[in-house]
Design a protein around this ligand. Structure first.
Ligand code: 5AD
Ligand code: FES
Length: 359
């Protein structure tokens, strides 16, 4: 047992079999994995934790992903779109409070009007914040010309989770139509990188039908893509989605949580200098979920700065944290959580991924 894990952990690069073995370890053996990840983290990125103020500016979405609470077919969601002023105010809050960066996140919208509106907002925010501020977009799949236009206007990072790198599994968790094309999603990641964005991707852990072999492939996929940022969280069922029917096939929530931590640890060891987020979904399983992620591997925290009244309508999964809180409440909570995890809040730093600066 331990000897084989110890052997594997002597390297910083793992084969698919190694990864599967690491994912399979018992909780006591996993401590060795976590220890190694902590060492790599401490030496590569230190104890700084970068802040990204998360603005969930609209839950309107043209897509219908089988796992997601704001999917188009869920009629039990009150749809919203923040006004331009509300978005600018939120960005200004992050800037004034020295967050160093924001993430503009929404459902996937593709109209010309949407593209132009986001473009205008990026320009306004860039003007307001100056150059040394991270503007990350998480607005789904767009055309190359749109990605380029937004980049030219001042956005410098893009998050687009692949969700699973396995084509078959991808098909099982998305409707079978051209809007949900696995190929197009992978292509988007390549295009974003070529344009010059810092690119983040990730997957959900514990999806129905997902095996350790799939997850090992996910990790190798991200490594091969040479990503700069990573966001990985446990899959959590949402009552009003098609995948909810498969809940009896899922592993228990605490197992999904542990598995996610192992994935983060392996990623930190294999992709030593990328930015890794402590995903909010971890906290919906374990009250100290985000702290645990920081202790092991993560160096990015995304305090929610969406105005409070909209938050209940951005329910991607059941039991999502921070729904009842305000931006100010999330702020003090964030600082307390990062301190509890022995991290240092990197106020005022845009927090580019070291990996990106080196590539
Ligand atoms: N459980 C966990 N994560 C989810 N997301 C969407 N739905 C769920 C769910 N049910 C994640 C997706 C998406 C991100 C914004 O939220 O990975 O990329
Ligand atoms: Fe929102 Fe803790 S971060 S309540």
């Amino acid at each position: 047992m331990n000897t084989s894990i110890k052997n594997i952990l002597q390297n910083n690069d793992f084969s698919k079999d190694d990864i599967i073995e690491l994912l399979y370890t018992s909780q006591s053996e996993a401590k060795l994995l976590y220890q190694k990840a902590k060492e790599v983290k401490s030496c590569q990125v230190g104890d700084k934790v970068f802040l990204r103020g998360l603005i969930e500016f609209s839950n309107l979405c043209v897509k219908d992903c089988f796992y997601c609470g704001i999917r188009k077919s869920n009629k039990n969601v009150e749809r919203y779109f923040l006004s331009d002023d509300e978005i600018i105010q939120a960005a200004k809050f992050a800037f004034d409070e020295n967050y160093g960066s924001i993430v503009l996140q929404s459902g996937e919208l593709k109209s010309k009007e949407f593209i132009t509106r986001i473009d205008g907002l990026i320009q306004r925010i860039r003007k307001l914040t100056g150059e040394n501020f991270g503007i990350t977009l998480s607005c789904g799949e767009q055309n190359e010309s749109t990605y380029s236009r937004w980049f030219e206007s001042g956005a410098n990072r893009y998050l687009l989770r692949i969700e699973t790198s396995n084509k078959e599994l991808y098909k099982q968790i998305h409707p079978n139509n051209s809007l949900h094309s696995f190929q197009k999603r992978i292509e988007s990641l390549r295009v974003l990188k070529n344009i010059g964005y810092q690119v983040g991707t990730g997957v959900m852990v514990g999806l129905p039908g997902q095996t350790l072999s799939h997850i090992a492939d996910d990790i190798l996929f991200m490594k091969a893509l040479d990503i700069d940022m990573c966001g990985i969280g446990p899959y959590i069922e949402h009552k009003e989605t098609p995948l909810f029917e498969q809940r009896s096939t899922l592993m228990p929530l605490n197992a999904r949580f542990e598995l996610t931590l192992k994935v983060l640890a392996i990623i930190r060891i294999m992709m030593k200098d990328i930015n890794i987020a402590a995903s909010t979904a971890l906290q919906s399983i374990d009250k100290l979920g985000r702290e645990k992620a920081i202790q092991v591997a993560a160096n990015v925290f995304m305090p929610n700065i969406t105005p409070q009244s909209y938050r209940k309508n951005y329910n991607l999964y059941d039991n999502k944290p921070c729904i009842a809180e305000s931006p100010v409440e999330c702020q003090s909570c964030t600082v307390a959580r990062i301190n509890l995890a022995n991290g240092k809040v990197a106020f005022g730093e845009a927090g580019d991924a070291k990996h990106y600066l080196h590539r």
